[in-house]
Design a protein. Structure first.
Length: 276
């Protein structure tokens, strides 16, 4: 029997990248998927966001593999829309067991920004990454408690949520601050939800082969980051991880094999954080 047979997972940022990979992995492990994505660009972000066509493709891939998925367009910054999308999925599948707060952006721009642009970039990164993670948990917690079966919430943080990395720009600082903030959110919720057997953890990937890491602005930022070069390389001989590598950690934390794992910052980073 698949490890997650009969369970239902809610995943944000599901249209491509890590979110799509998580949907495919958890569906393969037996879970039905409730997925959302904003499917709209953010002006201050230095790479295009996922499209509605990519969200539809995720649904097709899950279903082609024999899984079930309810997908909606919803921005994690918009709590009513996010909560409504989740409710629609719970209405279809009848329960909620797993939450993957995955949606995020990185505004590390190498180009010169005005003060106004820099401030807005900070705000947008904080709103998507940290406020969006809070909204995701807020929308889901009532469903998890009502189910009376425990559950698992996994927040996607970053190596930048454990180490001081991001430069002087509003986007990079916002990314590091938001990813550190997610750890505080996780630790507090882990304590608050433990009596309900709801486990809460963070995963901290190193660079992953997605649009966030391979766009031209990010490449230029990393090439010009102070102390770059070997300082930014993984100790293990891999330049970037694949989304499926992170999905494996998500699948473990969501499964009964991790039934007593909570309040943990879980690096999937090829030794990056241990090195720095």
């Amino acid at each position: 029997m698949p490890a997650l047979d009969g369970k239902v997972a809610f995943i944000t940022g599901v249209a491509r990248g890590q979110g799509r990979s998580h949907a495919l992995r958890l569906a393969a492990d037996g879970a039905a998927i409730i997925g959302v994505d904003s499917c709209a660009d953010i002006a201050t972000n230095c790479y295009p966001m996922a499209s509605r066509a990519e969200l539809d493709e995720t649904v097709e891939l899950v279903r082609a593999a024999g899984g079930r998925m309810h997908a909606s367009v919803a921005d994690v910054r918009d709590y009513p829309a996010l909560a409504a999308a989740l409710q629609a999925g719970v209405d279809e599948f009848g329960r909620l067991d797993i939450v993957c707060a995955n949606a995020g952006i990185a505004g590390m721009a190498f180009r010169e920004l005005s003060v106004e642009e820099d401030l807005q970039t900070w705000t947008d990164v904080i709103d998507v990454n940290l406020v969006g993670s809070f909204h995701t948990a807020k929308a889901a917690i009532g469903h998890l408690i009502a189910g009376g079966r425990g559950g698992s919430i996994v927040f996607t943080s970053s190596t930048a949520g454990l180490k001081g990395f991001g430069g002087l720009g509003g986007g990079g600082l916002g990314y590091a601050a938001s990813k550190h903030g997610i750890v505080g959110l996780m630790r507090t919720l882990a304590n608050a939800l433990a009596p309900h057997s709801i486990r809460v953890n963070t995963v901290h990937p190193t660079a992953v082969n997605t649009m966030m890491a391979v766009n031209p602005e990010m490449t230029a930022f990393l090439e010009n980051y102070p102390g770059g070069g070997p300082h930014l390389q993984n100790p293990m001989p891999v330049q970037m991880l694949e989304p499926a590598d992170i999905s494996a950690a998500i699948a473990f934390l969501a499964s009964d094999a991790a039934q007593y794992v909570t309040g943990v910052t879980f690096p999937v980073d090829a030794g990056f954080c241990n090195k720095l």
